[in-house]
Design a protein around this ligand. Structure first.
Ligand code: HEM
Length: 455
């Protein structure tokens, strides 16, 4: 089954047309040859950009010499109103210190501590869905926000502050598409674009709410009454090198990125996974049967290990619709890529979107085939060309968390409901902050009969 794929642009277009396409959607602004090429160079009057699909180059940029290809100041400036100097936008020693404090909170064994939050959010998501025609992106967004509020601050999405942050994020995202342009294109500084008034207003509102959450938590930690969740873990972890913890102001920056990176991405992948299962009813029945067995009984972290099919479907959703479709770096010093000179200041783009659908690296790259994850060819392709969470020292710290959360939510939803496509409503993927459907993902949802109790 070949699920929806955005159209590619013609090979040659004017800069103006490129900018227009880019602004509308960075995926359909790219030519089809990027699904085959190992590298592509784009020259414009303002900047030069190298898109790298060659696995050796991707390794060089992300894993072998990441310090030579940092995130650009422009990305930081574009995101600063919301994210300040969070770990997502910093480089060098500042970024290293932040990761030393954050990473331990997400280490393997610690995930168990967030399982209760994920389970409760999954039950909440099932309870919220009313059968009929349902826009599943909004449902997935609600569910993923619930997971992150519960895991970070032990509050459900129904909490008034959580509701307010969630609504402010939704409003913020509506003001945002233009950010792509600012972050990707090294346009001159006079180019009018960066912060619209609405973007600044919503960012300020989100940060004000988060400041309140962090201040309350600071007080609870001091009083010895704080719950053992992610926020407490991060706020009480001292940097092993300097001995200092995050101060409240720095924690606000980190919480902002956890909400943003942790909920938008997971929501996007979950919604696409539901859409894929709607288009592949035989897989959907298999996932439902697996979930009915694996999730029966008292909630227990070990259940997540039994959701093998749900995990392969979720991986396939991450491959076909990687929530972060492209990552941008800037060359800090001259380099040579496949015989071409890269100058300091040139832009380097790694595109999970193109890598995951590369015709030379994957068999049937555009096909939905969760079975590929148990074949040697599939695993080999994944080693070279599967980067939904990036790789190297800047790899997503929430990857392990997301790979427990995503299959668990998917399994809960498919155990409770049957999802089917709505005729004439095929979703069109577009990349804004993450890969979304242009007009949402509408599916027909019906409740499954309740499984009889086991023997
Ligand atoms: C399916 C879900 C997710 C996907 C696909 C995803 C993907 C990514 C990717 C590709 C990056 C690297 C971006 C770049 O370098 O430009 C990243 C970074 C990051 N992600 Fe995730 N993420 C997911 C879930 C989460 C969760 C659940 C959290 C936290 C609760 C999280 C927190 C972060 C943070 C803090 C960074 C910045 C790391 C750094 O720059 O050092 N992500 N994520």
């Amino acid at each position: 089954m070949i699920p929806p794929k955005p159209p590619a642009r013609p090979d040659r277009v004017s800069l103006l047309r490129y900018l227009r396409l880019f602004r509308a959607d960075i995926l359909s602004a790219q030519p089809a040859r990027l699904y085959r090429a190992w590298m592509a160079e784009f020259r414009t009057p303002f900047f030069r950009s190298f898109l790298c699909n060659d696995p050796a180059l991707v390794r060089l940029v992300l894993q072998e010499r990441p310090a030579d290809f940092p995130k650009s100041d422009r990305i930081r400036e574009g995101l600063a109103p919301l994210l300040g100097r969070s770990v997502f936008v910093t480089n060098g020693a500042e970024w290293e210190r932040q990761r030393r404090i954050i990473d331990p909170a997400f280490e393997g064994g610690r995930l168990r501590g967030s399982f209760g939050a994920m389970w409760a959010a999954a039950e909440g998501a099932v309870a919220r869905i009313v059968p009929g025609e349902v826009e599943v992106e909004a449902q997935a967004s609600h569910a993923a926000a619930d997971v992150i509020f519960r895991a970070l601050f032990s509050i459900p999405i129904e909490d008034a502050v959580a509701q307010a942050v969630f609504s402010a994020f939704l409003a913020h995202q509506k003001t945002q598409p233009i950010l792509n342009l600012a972050a990707f294109l090294r346009l001159p500084r006079w180019f009018p674009r960066l912060h619209r008034r609405r973007t600044l207003d919503t960012a300020r509102e989100i940060r004000r709410l988060i400041e309140g959450l962090v201040a309350d938590r600071d007080a609870a930690i001091a009083a010895g009454t704080a719950p053992a969740d992610l926020a407490t873990r991060i706020m009480t972890t001292a940097d092993p090198v300097t001995g200092a913890c995050f101060g409240p102001a720095e924690m606000v920056d980190q919480v902002a990125i956890f909400f943003l990176a942790g909920h938008e991405t997971s929501a996007s992948a979950l919604a696409w996974a539901l859409m894929l299962l709607a288009l592949a009813p035989e897989w959907q029945e298999r996932v439902a049967a697996e979930a009915a067995g694996a999730l029966a009984g008292r909630p227990d972290f070990a259940m997540t290990g039994r959701l093998r099919l749900a995990r392969d479907v979720f991986r396939e959703a991450l491959r076909l619709y990687p929530p972060v479709p492209m990552m941008v770096r800037e060359a800090a010093c001259p380099a040579r890529f496949r015989g071409r000179d890269v100058a300091a200041g040139d832009q380097v783009v790694i595109s999970p979107w193109h890598l995951h659908r590369n015709e030379r690296l994957w068999q049937d790259p555009d096909a939905f085939d969760p079975a590929r994850w148990s074949t040697e060819a599939g695993r080999a392709a994944a080693r070279d060309a599967f980067l939904p969470f990036s790789a190297g020292p800047r790899v997503c710290p929430g990857a392990g968390f997301a790979m427990v959360e995503g299959p668990l939510l998917l399994a809960h939803l498919v155990r409770a409901f049957r999802f089917a496509p709505v005729a004439g409503r095929e979703p069109v993927p577009v990349a804004h902050l993450t890969v979304r459907a242009r007009d949402g993902i509408r599916l027909r949802v019906e409740r499954r009969p309740i499984a009889p109790p086991g023997p």
